[in-house]
Design a protein around this ligand. Structure first.
Ligand code: PLP
Length: 487
């Protein structure tokens, strides 16, 4: 017989779980950022099979400390500087908890009207916060929706673009012609994946050269690629431009790319997965110049806007076109509200049918922080990155590798005449720093050269944490035999 957790038991254990999370957050600083255990360690701590009898909840809680926490990379840690941080916050977690408690499945407006309407309004709020063009907002022909990730947003944009490129017939005919999607050599791997999932094959993606200094897409190279494809009888369908590339935070010239997309009839998707959050600050909106050309745009509040994974905010300029590309209406989903044409059914804006009430966490975050709280977080993070970049600049052993328009710093040991030895030295330096467990950074390659990346983002990160990390880095450089001294 099932022994369901009663509301009173839930209240009691729920309080204990919230306490556990609060303790976790307040002790992060004392934990190693990553686990040093070899693969299989966590699995070996688990029993071979599921329990036949239910267990007391306390045992589960205890296992969070003994089984789970030691086997984690602590993404909320104040000295986590890898990839792009995926930061959460108290209000986000609590909004997610309410979402879980409601257990609403908001595939249609009618399966949870508040789930749809709050999402529409909150995405309009967010569009206002970022000062996005009016055509992306729901008051006109556009509108926003929450996707699980920027990868999904890119896929949806590509599917809608193919529908348009085929004159609205792609749905019925499939990929019958050789469509092409363009991005720069610095575009995210999710673009290649989207093109593959859309059925265009690897040949469907054209990577366009970048300016060697800024690493931003070269519009002249884009034009050349489009014209060559047209001459070969191919169909240019979409371009994906990036605001804040993953490797170095390069910003593609959206106005020039937008002009080309207009001229040749391409769908323009703008991927601002990480850097979109910066646009809450007016002084950083230069990065979004030209966005009025975009047919779709996305950014991840789950990266830099204090909203827990997963939360990608995606907007389209023409929602009817998107819905037409994706909708399938079986009898069992028919309902009066949909037929009235007065409601949005978000199932038609995404890959899956089902969806949860993700807008709650975003709503909680926006209301807790307010626009000024969010701007403060962005500015504080950028100041921390700026402080770190200053240290790099002042130390003759290191060099900055790319401009740092947001909060990503790309740096490495100063180049010598031996590229291979340099790459090895930098890889060793990174391994040495991460092996201490006291900080976590990741790497990329810029112009083929091994490069270290540091990105602050955790709400718990203070200058002291960045300073401790810089100390670890310089210690590792010294241990590697690099001579100390100011520039
Ligand atoms: C992180 C990132 C993505 C992928 O983000 P997900 O939301 O994890 O899919 C796409 N594009 C850029 C520029 C990114 O930085």
């Amino acid at each position: 017989m099932a022994t369901h957790m009663t509301p009173d038991e839930f209240r009691q254990h729920g309080h204990a779980v919230v306490d556990w999370i609060a303790d976790y957050w307040s002790t992060l600083d004392q934990r190693p950022v990553t686990s040093a255990d070899p693969p299989g360690t966590v699995a070996a701590r688990l029993p071979a099979g599921p329990p036949e009898r239910g267990e007391p909840f306390d045992r589960l809680l205890a296992d969070l400390d003994t089984v789970i926490a030691p086997g984690l990379t602590h993404w909320q840690h104040p000295r986590f500087f890898g990839y792009f941080p995926a930061n959460t916050s108290g209000p986000s977690v609590l909004g997610d908890l309410v979402c879980a408690g409601l257990g609403v499945q908001g595939m249609l407006w009618s399966t949870g009207p508040a789930c749809t309407e709050v999402e529409t309004v909150v995405l309009d709020w967010l569009a206002e916060l970022l000062d996005l063009p009016a055509r992306l907002r729901s008051g006109g022909s556009g509108g926003g929706v929450i996707q699980d990730s920027a990868s999904s947003a890119i896929l949806i944009a590509v599917l809608a673009a193919l529908h348009r490129a085929a004159g609205g017939r792609w749905r019925g005919h499939g990929v019958e012609r050789a469509y092409r999607v363009y991005t720069s050599t610095q575009g995210h791997s999710a673009i290649e994946k989207a093109v593959r999932i859309a059925g265009l094959g690897d040949a469907g993606l054209r990577t366009v050269a970048v300016d060697p200094e800024s690493l931003a897409m070269d519009p002249a190279a884009l034009r050349t690629a489009i014209e060559a494809d047209l001459a070969a009888g191919l169909v240019p369908a979409a371009a994906v431009a990036t605001i804040g590339t993953t490797s170095t935070n390069a910003v593609d010239p959206i106005p020039a790319i937008g002009e080309l997309c207009r001229e040749y009839g391409l769908w323009l998707h703008v991927d601002a997965a990480y850097a979109g959050a910066a646009a809450v600050c007016p002084e950083l909106r230069w990065s979004h110049a030209g966005l009025e050309y975009a047919d779709s745009y996305c950014f991840d509040p789950h990266k830099w806007l204090l909203t827990g994974f997963d939360c990608d905010a995606f907007w389209v300029a023409d929602r009817a076109e998107l819905v037409e590309a994706l909708t399938v209406l079986p009898e069992y989903l028919r309902n009066a509200a949909t037929e009235s044409g007065e409601v949005l059914d978000y199932r038609d804006w995404q890959v899956s049918l089902g969806r949860r009430f993700r807008a709650l966490k975003l709503w909680f975050v926006l209301r807790w922080y307010g626009a000024e709280g969010l701007r403060a977080h962005i500015r504080e993070t950028i100041a921390l990155a700026g402080w770190f970049a200053e240290q790099v600049r002042a130390d003759q052993r290191f060099e900055l590798v790319a401009p740092s328009p947001f909060a990503l710093v790309c740096f490495r040991l100063r180049a010598t005449s031996d590229d291979a030895a340099d790459d090895e030295a930098n890889a060793e330096l990174l391994a040495r720093v991460n092996a201490t467990g006291r900080a976590y950074l990741t790497h990329t390659r810029v112009g083929g050269r091994y490069t270290l990346r540091l990105v602050p983002g955790s709400p718990y990160t203070r200058e002291e944490h960045v300073a401790q990390t810089w100390q670890l880095i310089t210690d590792a450089a010294t241990a590697h035999g690099r001579q100390e001294g100011p520039r």
